[in-house]
Write a protein of this length. Structure first.
Length: 215
């Protein structure tokens, strides 16, 4: 018997498909507005929605964030800056950074997202614009947002224990989420030249609701 193609069944079918598709894991970092958060200058969040969109005429990438989100609020405040002036970093995580991925997926992360990281494995560095990025990753991409698109969708209760589903979501708001898609121009690749060969590191991926890697 064929199931009806309602919105809810399509959502469920896609959700079950994506559970079995390995997805790249990244941590997006940025500076918080100093006038609003003078004592907490940085923030970040784990995403599994990173994608490379285009290389020409300009390299473009995308990711999405659950709303409400302090990180999304901070990124939006930079939307009117020049496209060649990066204001966020997308850190593509290596297989050794599952702890960082879990830490940055917590909804109670703010205001001290970097304090509990094992610094020996992933030292925190700053770009020349003062945005933090993670050592030990596959690579860190400095970007500027060129466009954002608010999205509305529903999610079922089966995903409430999924750390990436609950990333930065407001407590008690589990029945319905909104999300925002960010399109960003790649301005610069940050250097990791004192940490060995990044090409020899294995990627951290999200598969069947857990962090793992591929060989």
């Amino acid at each position: 018997m064929t199931r009806g193609h309602t919105t809810s069944t399509i959502q469920e079918d896609l959700r079950h498909l994506m559970v079995n598709a390995a997805q790249m894991v990244a941590i997006v970092t940025t500076r918080m507005p100093t006038q609003l958060f003078p004592d907490h200058p940085f923030h970040g969040a784990t995403v599994s929605s990173f994608a490379s969109i285009a290389l020409h005429p300009h390299p473009l990438v995308s990711f999405s964030l659950r709303l409400p989100s302090r990180l999304a609020d901070a990124i939006r405040r930079h939307d009117d800056s020049e496209m060649t002036h990066p204001h966020l970093v997308i850190n593509l995580l290596s297989s050794q950074q599952a702890t960082a991925a879990l830490q940055f997926s917590r909804p109670d992360l703010f205001p001290n997202p970097f304090w509990s990281l094992p610094m020996a494995d992933q030292p925190i560095r700053l770009t020349k614009e003062g945005v933090p990025y993670l050592g030990g990753s596959l690579g860190s991409i400095s970007c500027s947002v060129v466009r954002s698109l608010p999205l509305d969708f529903s999610t079922s209760s089966e995903n409430r224990d999924d750390p990436l589903t609950l990333q930065e979501a407001k407590p008690g708001d589990n029945e319905r989420y909104t999300s925002e898609l960010f399109l960003a121009r790649v301005v610069r690749m940050e250097k990791h030249d004192d940490e060995g060969e990044p090409s020899r590191r294995l990627p951290l991926v999200y598969h069947q609701k857990r962090f793992t890697t591929v060989k």
